[in-house]
Design a protein around this ligand. Sequence first.
Ligand code: SF4
Length: 206
Amino acid sequence: MKKGRVIINRNICDNAKECGGIEVCPTGAMYWDEENQMIGYNAAECIDCGLCADNCPVEAILWGIDDEDYERKNKEVEEETRTLEELNVERYGAAPIEEFIENSVLDEFKNKTTSPYILFEFFKDESIQCLLHSIRVEEIKALFGNGDNVTYTKVCLSDEDICNICNISEFPALVVLKDGNISGVIEGYYDDEQKEEFFKKLVDLK
Ligand code: SF4
């Protein structure tokens, strides 16, 4: 039987340092590869316990119980059509990522939604990795009452004017709109440990 029957589906793996697979791996076969800034896997160290696969929250780590199972899963990964962007939506509960090219799109969006609160999480290409590791959108939405009360969208920003309108100087930036007016912006990356501080700031913007 093949040794090291773990497959990492790189199409949907968000390469979080705090990967559940790394956390539970008893041998270090699954590790954080500092040089390449990605999750690494060393089949020679793997004892095929399958724990990493069980602990990947996005099912990006697969493990074959035997060679046949491994081959089948490997084929599935080769044929994977989902993308990291879709995973972002599935995992974090945000609306699909939109790209703002013109200022007017912001107004269009405001007119389209009936939610009293609109939250835009703005990012630029280089900051998307941070967002993927940040606090879950569902928890943020819950502060605003969930449901129709709040709309949350992650937006790839390409228009500098929006930065000026929203007073954004750092990414990622979370802009809160209440009844169509900007009530504030929180800039920079907050990780799970800073959640309370982040939530307090958010509640102040309600
Ligand atoms: S199967 Fe077990 S030993 Fe192998 S990488 Fe996963 S957790 Fe580590």
